[in-house]
Design a protein around this ligand. Structure first.
Ligand code: 13P
Length: 277
């Protein structure tokens, strides 16, 4: 069943687990992810980021996500990840997304507030949830030590914008980690104590089990995972090609569905969102 982000995160917030938000770039991705969520009785968030539009155009992914959500027996949120402009967020709202992220983290604080306020007004009028980001979640290899989310700024930002969920930077990075990161759980606890809203961890792939557990027990209610799914699918394809070089397209599609299912299932268990619905 199709849900908004705030609906899906309410229970996670109350019962201290996180809902996985999986970047899905193909039908195989979506089918595998939904199979995992349904068999484990878990809520799930399907998302696509603006930088991924060349491979997975928003207007093509929207009907796939929405039909998959509507025919599913578990709660499914259809979310725009890292929308870079008001226009992209509005387009997602018009296409039926139930949640949008406006990513103004690279903007000066006041501009991030102003633009997020506008996105929130528009999205809320359409019954759509909003996620925003404060602090910088960098890309692998970049030192993020000085760009952790500031606690006082987070309070001002949340009060001024009225967002439903806030993505924070606590040492997490997007993409392939060279070393397993050490997240700043102290900063997470401070942000959580200062704000009463669900927090979001981006860059989920490659995080240690200890950090995942510390996150979900201290206010992180949504965890984004992209790279791990892509890696899992590629590993499965390589293995299949090695043992069966003449494998056909249709069986290979099934390999991709199964790999997507397995990676998503592993993260659902890690995030403790299984057996919740
Ligand atoms: P990873 O690719 O590191 O899993 O990050 C995903 C993400 O945060 C998408 O917004």
């Amino acid at each position: 069943m199709l849900c908004t982000l705030s609906e899906i995160l309410r229970d996670a917030d109350e019962r201290h687990y996180a809902v996985g938000a999986f970047n899905c770039l193909s039908l195989e991705n979506v089918m595998g992810a939904l199979e995992a969520a349904e068999s484990l009785r878990s809520p799930i968030i399907l998302q696509v980021a603006e930088v991924q539009f060349p491979e997975a155009p928003l207007e093509l992914m929207a009907p796939i996500f929405l039909r998959a959500a509507e025919r599913s027996g578990v709660p499914v949120c259809v979310h725009l990840d890292h929308g870079k402009s008001i226009e992209t967020c509005v387009k997602a709202v018009r296409l039926g997304f139930t949640s949008v992220m406006f990513d103004g983290a690279a903007l000066p604080f006041d501009e991030n507030v102003r633009t997020t306020q506008l996105v929130t007004r528009i999205a809320k009028a359409a019954g759509v949830s909003v996620e925003a980001e404060l602090g910088r979640v960098g890309d692998s290899g970049v030192d993020t030590a000085d760009v952790f989310t500031d606690v006082d700024e987070s309070v001002r930002f949340v009060e001024a914008t009225g967002v439903d969920a806030l993505a924070i930077a606590i040492g997490n990075l997007h993409g392939h980690y060279v070393h397993t990161p050490q997240l700043n759980i102290r900063r997470l606890i401070e942000i959580h104590e200062a704000n009463r809203l669900p927090l979001v961890l981006h860059g989920g792939s490659g995080t240690s089990v200890e950090d995942f557990k510390a996150c979900i027990h201290n206010g992180i209610c949504k965890i984004n995972v992209a790279t791990a799914i892509q890696r899992g699918i590629m590993k499965a394809i390589r293995e299949r090609m090695a043992t069966d070089p003449d494998v056909g397209y249709i069986p290979l599609k099934q390999v991709m569905i199964d790999a997507s299912r397995d990676v998503v299932a592993e993260h659902i268990r890690l995030f403790e969102s299984n057996s919740r619905v």
